[in-house]
Structures are given as C-alpha cells and as structure tokens.
Design a protein around this ligand. Sequence first.
Ligand SMILES: Cc1cc2nc3c(=O)[nH]c(=O)nc-3n(C[C@H](O)[C@H](O)[C@H](O)COP(=O)(O)O)c2cc1C
Length: 181
Amino acid sequence: MSDLADRLRALPGFPEHLPELDTATLPEDPGELVLAWLEDAIASGARQPHALTLLTRGEDGAPEGRTLILKDVDEHGYHVATSRRSAKGRQLAADPRAAMVLFWRETGRQVRLSGTVAALDAEASRRDWLSRPSATGEVDPDWQVYALRPERVELMQAREDRRHTRVLYTRPDGIWEHRLL
Ligand SMILES: Cc1cc2nc3c(=O)[nH]c(=O)nc-3n(C[C@H](O)[C@H](O)[C@H](O)COP(=O)(O)O)c2cc1C
C-alpha cells in the first residue's frame, strides 16, 4: 500500500452530524427536493454551492466531465452557460444527452440528474452574458444558455451509520415516480 493510499484513507469523510431524509414525506416532483437542498447549501455559506459536474459524450462516445456553474432552474430545467464553440457545446449539438452531478459536502448530499439538454433562446443567452461579473459591453455571439430537462434524478443523503439513503425518480410516462435504492 502506498503512502498516498494510507493518507487518503485517513482523511475525514462526511461530517459527524448529518440531516436525515424522511423517505415517508418525499415530494412527487424531485425538483422540490433539489431546490430545498440547494437552498440549504446556499444558506450554509459554503463556497460555490452552485458548482456542478456536467457530463457529455465526446465524439468517440467516451464520457467527458467538467465543472460548471448552475445559472437557474425553471420549467426548462437546470441552466448552465458556455460557448457553443467549446468542446461541450459541440458535443451537446451532436448528442444532447447529458448528466449533471451536484455534491454538497457539508450536508453529505449528492444529486445526479440525467436527460436531454436544449439550447435556450438568444435573449436568455444575451442576458446571461451581460450578467457575468467580467462582462464587457459586447455580447459573445457564441454564448449559449442550455437547460437540462432531467428524466432521471437520484438524490443521496449520507448517513452517520453509512447506510446512505438513495431515492431514484424517473418519469417513464411523463409522470414522476420514485423508489428507494
Ligand atoms: C468552479 C468552476 C466553474 C466553472 N464554470 C464554468 C461555466 O459556468 N461555464 C463554462 O463554460 N466553463 C466553466 N468552467 C470551466 C469548465 O470547467 C471547463 O474547463 C471549460 O468550460 C472547458 O470545457 P470543455 O473543453 O469541456 O468545453 C468552470 C470551472 C470551474 C472550476
């Protein structure tokens, strides 16, 4: 065993006191729980609670992941923004299937979303570009806001006894259903 492996193993994991996910009162729509968890993460004061990993498929079909900032959540889904000319922009044009992963270490919570990404209209992209702290007057014509409409949402709440609670939401017929994993 390498020294690194020993040191990694000795690192602290989840915090000692974790919130509990009451599986008897789960909402019909997983979006409610995702938003509640996001609000908790914002309220905790943790840095970049809106950072997520976006997974796309590369040209050869292999997965590619990178960190992005969540810009909004609405009826279109979970918004992120990037250049259409970036690798991920080109990948999403070729195959709009994608996944997002959010992780909040302070509360031991993870959200996994997967579905299809749609490009929002030019006005949404223009507004996002202009709201960036580093924005100059000129709008980047390649800037694009995308929204992931999830078909599958898995929420995990870590537990002190390590028997983590996981709930999977799917909507096979357009209506959300969920089950414990
Ligand atoms: C915390 C964090 C937030 C980021 N947010 C964005 C973002 O909102 N949009 C973006 O295009 N890149 C963002 N990046 C950079 C991307 O992770 C990535 O390096 C870049 O977009 C190129 O990705 P691609 O080559 O897969 O297209 C962020 C990086 C970090 C570490």
